[in-house]
Write a protein that binds this ligand. Structure first.
Ligand code: TXA
Ligand code: MG
Length: 334
């Protein structure tokens, strides 16, 4: 067993660092890697020891399965059964990109990664450096987000460093993630695709290709299909509060109360509210849903460093990307 006292290097993702990462991975180690959504903590999916090391380093519950990442020319039929014809249309429309598909597994990926389940989640990331690494390794790499379990997911190499310094050897730096929230997880084992985790590939986008798409509802007592959804998630290391869209009175009251307690509140909101919140500490998320998704974790992680309380404001609705944003806002700040 390794202990947590190694030196952690951050290296720009390029030919040399990819060679180094490939060697670490092939020797059974783990490496933090950039993707277009969030940074991942990768291991070769067929190596049980390496996969178990991911769970240990993150402090991840052992019943929460991992996503296998492959390059765009990888034949996923080596790993899973494709039972539904609509899957080919989804792959054509949305990959490489922020979409994870859950299939019936062929059992090639080790059971430590799938947590003994009979399904396997697969994703083909679009991040160029990540694609190059996946090509070099030419094997599936399982990778959860590269944060400590329950903490906010990292969208820069420095965010990864702050959580995993001393615990891993290498972080490949591929710049700030452009997507900003994790991939959409879609169950494609049945006749109708079913969203298990909302993300940047939206229900509307999937419907436009397949004609239909369900949202999995996780009610108390249900057999949970995507284990990750039952855990606490994405939480910054400070107090948080979430207010309804437009409840500026509530926001200002919480702000003033925190000041009275001697704290330092910050309001995290889209730019449309900025003019209505003069002289307040702000974490501004930008304007469009794309910008807000891209900035969300970055601002939560900036906020935890300087705020005692992050006050978040809900999106206007849950259409399109807003569904994924609201899902993350509820878990991180709700
Ligand atoms: O964008 C992403 O998906 C990032 C980057 C690194 O690719 N990865 C990521 O992994 O978010 P993680 O482990 O933090 O979240 C994976 C989610 C969890 O909610 C997990 O329960 C679900 O996917 N999942 C994984 N395998 C599954 C399976 N076989 N069936 C259902 N859900 C699965
Ligand atoms: Mg995660």
């Amino acid at each position: 067993m390794k202990f947590f006292n190694m030196t952690t290097q951050i290296e720009k993702i390029d030919f040399n660092s990819i060679e180094k990462a490939n060697k670490i991975l092939c020797d059974g180690g783990i490496v933090a890697i950039p993707t277009e959504t969030v940074y991942g903590l990768g291991a070769i999916a067929t190596n049980p020891q390496a996969v178990m090391e991911i769970f240990r380093v993150k402090g991840r519950p052992s019943d929460n399965p991992l996503i296998a990442h492959v390059h765009k020319d990888y034949d996923i039929c080596k790993l899973v059964h494709i039972r539904q014809d609509y899957v080919y249309d989804l792959i054509k429309a949305f990959t490489p990109g922020p979409l994870t598909l859950v299939f019936e597994s062929k059992g090639v990926v080790c059971e430590q990664a799938t947590c003994g389940g009979d399904t396997l989640a697969i994703r083909i990331p679009s991040h160029q450096g990540c694609q190059q690494l996946l090509k070099r390794v030419d094997a599936p790499i399982v990778a959860p987000s590269a944060n400590l379990s329950k903490h906010t997911s990292p969208v820069t190499a420095n965010h990864v460093y702050n959580d995993l310094n001393g615990k891993i050897e290498l972080i490949l730096d591929g710049g700030k993630c452009t997507g900003g929230i994790e991939s959409t997880v879609l169950d494609v084992t049945g006749k109708t695709p079913r969203i298990l985790r909302a993300g940047l590939v939206t229900k509307e986008m999937i419907e436009s290709v397949v004609g239909r798409c369900e949202i999995a509802l996780h009610k108390e007592g249900d057999k949970i299909k995507s284990p990750g959804v039952k855990y606490k998630h994405y939480q910054p290391n400070c107090k948080t509060a979430l207010f309804e869209y437009g409840d500026l009175q509530g926001v200002l009251k919480a702000y003033d109360e925190e000041i009275k307690l001697g704290g330092k509140p910050f309001i995290m909101c889209s730019d449309e509210f900025i003019s209505k919140l003069p002289n307040k500490n702000l974490l501004s998320l930008g304007n469009t849903p794309q910008q807000i998704a891209c900035n969300l974790y970055d601002k939560l992680l900036e906020g935890e460093k300087k705020a005692t309380l992050i006050i978040a404001i809900s999106m206007k609705d849950e259409k399109g990307i807003n569904m994924g944003i609201m899902n993350r806002l509820r878990k991180s700040c709700g």
